[in-house]
Design a protein around this ligand. Structure first.
Ligand code: NI
Length: 230
């Protein structure tokens, strides 16, 4: 179980993201890889293949809520640590955190970049969501494989305008890119397999293309605090 230190909580509050050297142990990592590979081999209807015209196979495959098919995932350290960390970062009871995961698969050599964006851009403009994302690397994720990158402090700025991405003349379905943002302070967060990152709802982030000779399997949990009902 990963428990965030006061220093980590302070750093997240200042930067809008955190790098985690280790989130799950080797035993759980092996099990998560098995499930991930089974889901990628049979993505089912809850998936989007953001393919480009040049690429006939999925150059950016996204698969949603695999925990519906594998409910055992809810009991993994990945999920339970995520819930605890989100509760600490959002300062709510763990029972108030709702986890919902998705996978983003970037195949070796031709996985494409995920453009700079804020997750808030994917929600209705009036959404008052409080959430953090836990991004887990199932493979070593150096910059060249498409590790997470963040703009420190962007989480306290505005929600920027975003456009849908047109790449090499073909639309990447449902992928948005922030318009006119300064990413000169971008901070890459390379992590080993089993490590990951946390980021906020408004934190500007990006992952590069995968130019390595191994797949980049990433698994993300959106950890949302439910709304106050009092
Ligand atoms: Ni995102």
């Amino acid at each position: 179980m990963t428990v965030l230190t006061t220093e980590q909580l302070d750093r997240f509050a200042a930067d809008g993201f955190l790098r985690l050297e280790r989130v799950v142990d080797d035993v759980e990592l092996a099990r998560l890889r098995e499930i991930y590979d089974a889901v990628v081999a049979d993505p089912g209807p809850l998936s989007i293949d953001h393919r480009t015209r040049e690429s006939t196979k999925g150059s950016l495959l996204q698969i949603f809520v695999p925990e519906q098919r594998y409910p055992e995932l809810l009991d993994t350290t990945f999920f339970t640590s995520g819930v605890q960390m989100a509760a600490a970062l959002l300062d709510v009871e763990a029972e108030r955190i709702e986890p919902r995961s998705h996978m983003i698969f970037k195949p070796a050599s031709y996985g494409v970049a995920t453009p700079w964006h804020q997750d808030a851009a994917y929600r209705p403009p009036d959404a008052s969501e409080r959430s953090v994302n836990l991004w887990l690397a199932l493979d070593d994720a150096p910059v060249e494989a498409g590790c997470m990158q963040f703009v420190p402090g962007s989480h306290v700025g505005p929600i920027h305008d975003h456009d849908f991405v047109v790449e090499s003349g073909s639309l990447l379905t449902d992928v948005k890119e922030a318009v006119d943002v300064d990413v000169s302070a971008a901070t890459p967060c390379p992590v080993p397999a089993g490590g990951g990152t946390l980021h906020g709802f408004r934190t500007l982030h990006y992952t590069g293309p995968n130019t390595t000779d191994h797949d980049r399997r990433a698994w993300i949990i959106i950890l949302r605090a439910d709304q106050e009902t009092t």
